[in-house]
Design a protein around this ligand. Structure first.
Ligand code: BEZ
Ligand code: MG
Length: 448
């Protein structure tokens, strides 16, 4: 067959013109004409969540093949198991049987890498599933199968998720509307209960009061809280919370697909009911919750406390994927463990200071992210800042080392300590803050 240059449909390459190169199936010197699609790969989770990434990409309607049927078993049993953990963890912390409303942040990469893990948890909380054999129709799991109340969910989609996964936003929105309209006892359906309250609060019909899928305006990304924290120019939490609400309050509505509508009052009314906040960590991206800023940028915990009539801070949880499945932890314990085993552990900080060019930057970024979490969630123990200060600021030799290695990051580190002290997230003596301010001035006057 070598040398035969016809395309599979028999068209001679000459007729296609000289610029077009023909690839025949038996020409093994040439790469394939396209890269086949493949699932995202969470290096830890790998298999066993939702059927396949093709569900997320949304195969064509009417596609009836065997593969499609396999993908449509959603949510998988593993999602119900995570929901049981969320309920149990909240019961341990909050001392009541069921959360009434949970907020979820949907990240694009996390859902791609884990076959729709957090999406499946939302389905399981509400008691939703795909209609068998379809990937674009949702139905309620009957209460006698669910065996617990339907839990309300406020969904906050990252801008990238909004850009990529409109089909999935549609399914959640349709499911929430279905739940609100289901004639079920109020004590077994918190979506319906809350939606009825919201018809009064917002003077709107029931379907509209079931609006729960939010994101940024089209073309806009994130709450930009992390940018404020990085600048150190922010003044108080209220200012940041206003910004969060203003940027993240654009609602998706499957009755009017294709637009994100500014729905500030609906967003506030939905968040006001939340008693749990949760995010799934994408372990492909990070080792520790203090490594990156985007999780706290998306965290609504204190925004909710400010909106709630009782002022209560919601239980703040994180779901972490391990090789055994998913574990649900409180944010406070996660930050404690992550920071004590990373930047506050001598083994760790000595290694990065010796081996990494950007070791000081890593320490500075971690501390700033801890401050970010303290601001958005209040789940950072003040003693963590105290330990950090005793390691990096009170040892003269260490200060000199940090300054000489990377003065820019050293200045940023100092600025974070000063801000944490001034704003009360680090409860320490005035004398310590004064000394750090002086050190900061000195570092600012030095050459980089
Ligand atoms: C995401 O949606 O996956 C994403 C967005 C911003 C930063 C990181 C991840
Ligand atoms: Mg309630």
């Amino acid at each position: 067959m070598k040398g035969k240059q016809n395309t599979p449909d028999g068209v001679s390459p000459k007729k296609l013109g000289p610029a077009i190169r023909t690839v025949t199936p038996d020409d093994d010197r040439l790469p394939p004409s396209h890269t086949p699609s493949s699932p995202g790969t969470d290096i830890i989770a790998r298999k066993g969540f939702i059927g396949n990434i093709d569900f997320l990409k949304g195969p064509k309607k009417g596609d009836e093949d065997e593969e499609l049927k396999r993908f449509s078993n959603f949510p998988p049993a593993s999602a119900a198991a995570v929901v049981d953990m969320i309920i149990a963890k909240n019961k341990e912390i909050g001392k009541y049987p069921f959360p009434h409303c949970v907020t979820y942040t949907l990240w694009a990469t996390d859902n791609v890498n884990t076959y729709g893990k957090s999406l499946s948890q939302i389905f399981a909380l509400v008691g939703l599933r795909l209609v068998k054999g379809t990937i674009d129709e949702v139905e309620l799991i009957p209460l006698n199968e669910l065996k617990r109340p339907r839990i309300d969910v406020v969904v906050s989609c990252s801008g990238v998720f909004r850009d990529l996964f409109m089909n999935q936003m549609t399914l959640i929105d349709q499911g929430m509307k279905m739940a609100a309209e289901a004639k079920e006892p109020p004590e077994m359906n918190y979506i319906r209960t809350h939606a009825f309250q919201m018809t009064q609060e917002l003077s709107c019909p029931l379907r509209e009061a079931a609006t729960r899928v939010f994101s940024n305006a089209a073309g806009s990304y994130c709450a930009n809280i992390a940018a404020w924290i990085k600048s150190n120019e922010w003044e108080n939490e209220t200012q940041l919370q206003r910004q969060f609400l203003a940027r993240r309050c654009y609602a998706f509505n499957s009755d009017k697909p294709g637009m994100m509508e500014y729905k500030s009052e609906a967003f506030k009314a939905a968040l006001r009911n939340a008693d749990v906040t949760i995010q799934n960590l994408d372990l492909n991206d990070i080792l520790s919750i203090t490594d990156v800023p985007h999780y706290y940028d998306a965290d609504p915990t204190k925004v909710i406390a400010a909106l709630r009539f009782d002022g209560k801070i919601p239980t703040c949880l994180l779901a972490k994927t391990t090789s055994d499945g998913i574990d649900v932890h409180s944010l406070a314990e996660t930050i404690r463990i992550d920071s004590m085993s990373k930047i506050l552990s001598p083994d760790y900080y000595e290694r990065i200071l010796k081996q990494n060019q950007d070791g000081v930057k890593e320490i500075s970024d971690c501390l700033r992210n801890m401050l970010g979490w303290a601001v958005t969630s209040g789940n950072v123990d003040t003693f963590l800042f105290e330990i950090a200060s005793s390691i990096f600021m009170e040892d003269k030799e260490m200060c000199t080392r940090l300054r000489e290695k990377d003065n820019v990051s050293f200045r940023n580190l100092l600025a974070t300590f000063v801000k944490a002290g001034e704003q009360g997230y680090w409860e320490t003596s005035d004398a310590k803050i004064r000394r750090l301010r002086e050190l900061k001035k000195f570092a600012e006057s030095a050459f980089d």
